[in-house]
Design a protein around this ligand. Structure first.
Ligand code: ARG
Length: 460
């Protein structure tokens, strides 16, 4: 295969070495961006009279043909055909238009070219991920609207804590994923910077027009320092960091779906289309998609650590180590996109077991805080009230009773300030209603948070 750098060498490259340094098997994913970037570069070279108009037209036409063939899947990019996608494109162009293809690389290096390709690729993928996040939020929002009013046990330490509206729990995920979307929107700004024109590391002596290239390719800014621009992979690291957090969120959700669909909880039933069975136990229905999303979180964390470690001791500017940035990046993008898609569908199609949720929040002492708060309103300090209610709970456990079923005289034996109204506040429904602080779980507050969420989705 023809090398872009053969001139200085007397001997051929070792065959194992040739395979070892090649990135074509994975950077072929960037072919579209490499071609679009090259078209803009050639147009700029023509506009600035660095090449003639005829040369520019030939190069641009050749590149457009390759792009068309690539998009119609008429081109196979086989490993071994070239060292990397940049060499592959230049070789193809030479096959099509002859030696004038050699003028395309004026005032450019593969160092600024790869940084450009990756930025173009990631800009598209980050927008796609934002859309997928939005779909997931829509699934939570419509489920929260549909199931408004259902009460479930809320947990801390995975022990019953206080009753909640199920919709409140769903909306917690809506706002969690809103932060992920915010991180993606924010890091997008730092991807949106054109590195092309930095050349190998120092800039170029040709009279190029970088702003023109930026406007052709839809970049908001151009980079300020050529050395930094070709050394920088922060935009990928930021993406991998935000992705690691996002994947941790999906994993927590996956864990809740696994728990909730177990026989012990039985709060939800996942749709058949996202579960599989067992080859030996005919009764089994396993929450595979939720489990695998939880499981794949490891590789997304790994991709971040991989790249951080690869970058940590590199002197400026480009080093071949940096070729290793692509596989972790591509892997995280595809893992995230599939996980987000499957999660939205799973949340959208799951069946809710209202009876089980409500049954779970009765007789579980989760109204005990309410009872303590009640005594505080009657003049006790919170510590006194806490201690007293603790002894009521022990009384119930020892006598196999539940708080809601205590009689007034039983309550009065603990404290005289209990009255008829006490029995009312011990119902999960009333407890939920009292949590009326901003962001709380009362029906009114959850309605508010749903309305706010609708506005958020409409605004974007
Ligand atoms: N294949 C290389 C990469 O992916 C492209 C840049 C190569 N630059 C160089 N000077 N060898 O990083």
């Amino acid at each position: 295969m023809e090398k872009l750098w053969g001139g200085r060498f007397k001997k051929n490259i070792n065959k194992e070495m040739e395979k070892f340094i090649s990135s074509l098997s994975f950077d072929k994913k960037l072919v579209k961006y490499d071609l679009l970037g090259s078209i803009a570069h050639a147009q700029m070279l023509g506009k600035c009279n660095i090449i003639t108009k005829e040369e520019k037209d030939k190069i641009v036409e050749g590149l457009r043909q390759i792009l068309k063939e690539a998009q119609e899947s008429k081109l196979e990019i086989a490993a071994g055909e070239a060292e990397d996608i940049h060499s592959w494109v230049e070789n193809k162009l030479k096959e099509k238009i002859g030696t004038v293809a050699g003028k395309l690389h004026i005032a450019r290096s593969r160092n600024d070219q790869i940084a450009l390709d990756e930025r173009m690729y990631l800009k598209e993928e980050v927008l796609m991920i934002q859309d997928l996040l939005k779909d997931l939020q829509k699934s939570f929002l419509s489920s929260a609207q549909k199931h408004l009013g259902i009460i479930m046990p809320g947990y801390t330490h995975l022990q019953h804590a206080q009753p909640l509206l199920f919709s409140h729990h769903l909306m917690a995920y809506f706002y969690m994923f809103e932060r992920d979307k915010g991180r993606m929107q924010d890091l997008y700004k730092r991807i949106d910077v054109l590195p092309l024109g930095s050349a190998a590391l120092a800039g170029t002596s040709f009279p190029i027009d970088r702003k023109y290239v930026a406007s052709q390719l839809g970049f908001k800014q151009i980079s300020e320092n050529s050395l930094d621009a070709v050394s920088d992979r922060d935009f990928i690291l930021e993406f991998l960091s935000a992705s690691a957090i996002l994947m941790m969120h999906l994993s927590r959700l996956g864990e809740e779906l696994v728990l909730w669909s177990s026989q012990e909880f039985n709060f939800i039933e996942l749709d058949d289309s996202f579960c599989t069975g067992s080859s030996i136990m005919p009764q089994k229905k396993n929450p595979d998609a939720a489990e695998l999303i939880r499981g794949k979180t490891g590789r997304v964390y790994g991709n971040l650590i991989n790249l951080l470690t690869m970058m940590k001791a590199l002197p400026l500017a480009y080093n071949h180590d940096m070729q290793e940035d692509k596989e972790p990046l591509f892997d995280t993008v595809s893992t995230l996109e599939t996980s987000l898609f499957l999660m939205s569908k799973m949340v959208e199609t799951m069946q809710i077991n209202k009876e089980k949720m409500e049954e779970g929040s009765r007789g579980d002492f989760s109204t005990a805080t309410e009872l303590a708060d009640y005594l505080v309103k009657k003049g006790l300090t919170f510590r006194e009230a806490h201690k007293l209610v603790g002894s009521i709970v022990i009384y119930c456990i020892e006598n196999k009773k539940i708080l809601e079923n205590l009689t007034l005289s039983e309550l009065e034996s603990f404290n005289k300030s209990f009255d008829n109204k006490t029995l009312d506040i011990l119902k999960p429904q009333s407890v939920v209603e009292t949590k009326d602080s901003h962001g709380g779980t009362s029906l009114k507050r959850v309605r508010e948070s749903i309305q706010k969420a609708e506005k958020i989705l409409k605004k974007e």
